[in-house]
Write a protein that binds this ligand. Structure first.
Ligand code: GYE
Length: 325
């Protein structure tokens, strides 16, 4: 009889553990309230001013608050970003800020962190909503409403383009949430308008030189183009170079529309080479760390925290230039 006791105790203990493990798997990991956190920031790439401004904002705020920031740069590879998150888990960071390069592969990384008991806050890009959910897999998404950004560009064009619009669309990184959503919002806004036609859509991977190269090729195949819609400033600036090399006047012969609103594009708007820009602000630091603190304090965090975005036009570009990142 005595012998069976340990077995009963073990079964009981396992049953209890089983219940606990199940409960943890269904809800977000808790975050202790501390004055100093060791927190990861898994960046996507650092090849443009938007990313550099975002990283700086995160580093500045971590420093101001006295937190230790474990920073990684995936250098444009979703696979590397997945292993960056793995190494943050191995280092037992308190929490992870993640800017997921692509929607699907990084959803798995989010789930791994959660299973390891580390809360994740998504910054600026989202993961596939069928694969991971706010409130159970990750705490929240902080960023812009990308569908709305695309829609605003489409609506502005419909209002301001006289005559037929023959559009080339330079898409962002394939499989990334801003590329998917900026396309959707724009295409929805111009759908059914007889005088608006997309001649070609191709990815320039959110990069300046890729944008220039793609624009060069698309321009040869579509010489009647009179509007370029680029999913970010970098590709728009690349497209401007391609247009000028082909003897066209950006902003006049061909309208240039973009999203991000960095200083360089706003200056180009002042110079008349760009026509319209929707802002997507990269300065996430203060909001990111404030959300972390609120989460640790047990406050209810909404599933999405949407940044307000301004817009730049020829009417306001000059006065807003200094406030652009
Ligand atoms: O528009 C782009 C950057 O994810 C919202 O990524 C961000 C986008 C931004 O590389 O310039």
């Amino acid at each position: 009889m005595n012998r069976s006791r340990p077995a009963i105790t073990l079964t009981l203990a396992l049953a209890l553990t089983g219940v606990t493990v199940f409960a943890v798997a269904q809800s977000l990991p808790k975050l202790a309230q501390k004055t100093v956190y060791k927190v990861g920031f898994a960046q996507t790439e650092s090849n443009n001013p938007w990313r550099i401004a975002q990283t700086k904002s995160m580093q500045d705020e971590a420093k101001r608050l006295g937190h230790q920031l474990v920073y990684t740069d995936a250098a444009g590879s979703a696979a590397k970003q997945v292993s960056d998150v793995d190494s943050m888990i191995a280092q037992r960071v308190d929490a992870i800020f993640l800017a997921p390069r692509e929607e699907k592969p990084l959803a798995a990384a989010v789930k791994k962190a959660r299973a390891a008991g580390i809360p994740v806050i998504l910054l600026d890009r989202n993961v596939d909503q069928k694969l991971a959910k706010a409130g159970s897999d990750y705490v929240t998404f902080i960023g812009s409403d990308f569908i709305e950004e695309g829609r605003r560009v489409g609506n502005w064009l419909a209002k301001n383009k006289k005559g037929e619009a023959r559009i080339i669309q330079l898409l962002g990184t394939t499989g990334s949430s801003p590329a998917n959503d900026r396309r959707k919002g724009f295409e929805d806004a111009i759908k059914g308008k007889a005088d608006m036609r997309i001649l070609a859509s191709q990815t320039g991977d959110f990069a300046r030189d890729k944008g220039r190269q793609v624009m060069e090729t698309l321009l040869q195949a579509n010489p009647t183009v009179n509007v370029v819609y680029a999913h970010n400033d970098e590709m728009a600036i690349g497209a401007i170079a391609a247009l000028e090399a082909a003897g066209k006047k950006p902003g006049k012969d061909v309208m240039v529309l973009s999203i991000d609103g960095g200083r360089e594009i706003v200056k180009l708007l002042v110079d008349g080479k760009v026509n319209y820009v929707v802002e997507c602000n990269p300065k996430f630091g203060p909001k990111a760390f404030e959300t972390l603190k609120d989460y640790a304090a047990g406050k209810t965090i909404p599933a999405k925290i949407i940044n307000p975005d301004r817009e730049f036009t020829s009417a306001n570009a000059k006065s807003l230039l200094d406030s652009a990142y």
